[in-house]
Design a protein around this ligand. Structure first.
Ligand code: SF4
Ligand code: SF4
Length: 75
């Protein structure tokens, strides 16, 4: 695993901008859940750990809902 993201669902509006820019296609809008504000939240679905931590999703998010974590390079 090179990276992963967390989504603050209290901020996410389900706009799908992040899902469109992810080069690994590991973000998806939930089909089952709603946020407290009534939006469908984005989820990270990355069972094989292909997220690179590229930060494209966090950069495009207008709500600053995404935090990206990157694995530290081996010393
Ligand atoms: S950091 Fe990059 S690869 Fe990972 S979820 Fe965001 S856009 Fe996709
Ligand atoms: S870009 Fe931000 S607000 Fe829009 S769906 Fe993604 S996490 Fe939610």
């Amino acid at each position: 695993m090179k990276g992963y993201v967390t989504i603050d669902e209290s901020l996410c509006k389900g706009c799908s901008l992040c899902t469109g820019v992810c080069p690994k296609n590991v973000l998806r809008v939930s089909t089952e859940r709603f946020t407290a504000r009534g939006y469908r939240p984005v989820e990270l679905v990355d069972p094989t750990g292909v997220c690179t931590g590229c930060v494209l999703c966090a950069t495009i998010c207008p709500e600053a809902a995404i935090t990206v974590y990157r694995a530290r390079a081996a010393a």
